[in-house]
Write a protein that binds this ligand. Sequence first.
Ligand code: NIG
Length: 405
Amino acid sequence: MLVVKNARVATMTSAQALPGDGPLGFIEDGAVAMENERIVYVGPSSGAPAGETLDAGGRLVTPGLVDPHTHLVFAGDRAHEYAQRIAGASYLEIARAGGGIRSTVRATRAASDEELIECATKRLRRMLASGVTTVEVKTGYGLTVADELRMLRIAQQAGAAAGCEVVPTLLGLHALPEGLSREAWIRQVCEELLPAAAHAGARGCDAFCEEGAFTRDECSRALSAGQALGLAAHLHADQLSDSGGAALAASLGCASADHLERTSTAGIAAMASAGTAAVLLPLAAWFLRDTPAGAKPFLDAGVTVALGSNLNPGSQRMESVSLLLGAGCLFCGLTPAQSLWACTRGAARALGLDDRGVLEPGRRADLVLWDCKDAAHLPYHAGVEHALTVIARGIVVANRESACN
Ligand code: NIG
């Protein structure tokens, strides 16, 4: 039995991202005890069971963070596109000129399994050491049946190597592969790739609904095929234009709609009725010099709000948990407590995972001891990492003497 004592325990037991400190569900001078990968006690330190003790010294303890949107298996570098964008080119212009997603597809196909596993493992290890214990990883840079399945396998192998739980998602409709008709690729995705991916351990399916990517009908076909195989559906929706993506995600019963920079009020209302979570990606909007989605209309409508990093080589290459929490506050208008809730309970819900994101008996023993007492310190002192001790499934997987000051 491992027992973390003398902590400010942010349980996240509030079912919604309430205003102020509401969502944190604090227990002062609290303890969390765990055994066999599960939490067995959360309450005052004075009532904690006996066991190997970790004294938190009055610091903040939260659930392990969940990142519900990444594209972190890739090869190559698109720093030159970053420079082009700063000089005024748009994301779509760069893509139309042969750059963008397709350039990463070429680099990823050319890389060996070993290279891809090594890069992805390094990224996952950095995330884990920063407090992220569950990471959703999308395919989408393979774009043949064999290359997409290879990406899925590499995501799983990198997760195992890093000691971080990877939730793999098949993103076949990310871009149209060169040399194939739209209909031919969509049929391959629906008839061959999704069944093979579900068999190989994919837990979700996704599609990029956008002008220059895929239409609502095409996305609907692929996501329905994935759902019929038991996969949780997600949709890249309304990022560059209001393409009715949020409403489509809601009508399909998607677990989440992601991006949402240009979602209409009607789209938000549809998400609220369907229980589709909003995964906001403010670092991507900043990276693309776009306007991030504000959280308020989603919160006011009763939509679950989650934050994701969207780590990928083209539209978001910043790796920092504290920066993401800060972007949630500065760009989306969340309070520091809501930002933390959106990276834990909200993000777990967006992936359909109800066994984590909350500190309660019976849930997974994924938690983080932070080198601060106040949740607001994390977004306030953004750009450095604050996780002191990271525990995944009841085991200490990262430990530092001091994280920052
Ligand atoms: O979520 N929008 C589509 N997919 C990624 C970008 C991927 C890339 O540019 O390589 C995103 O932003």
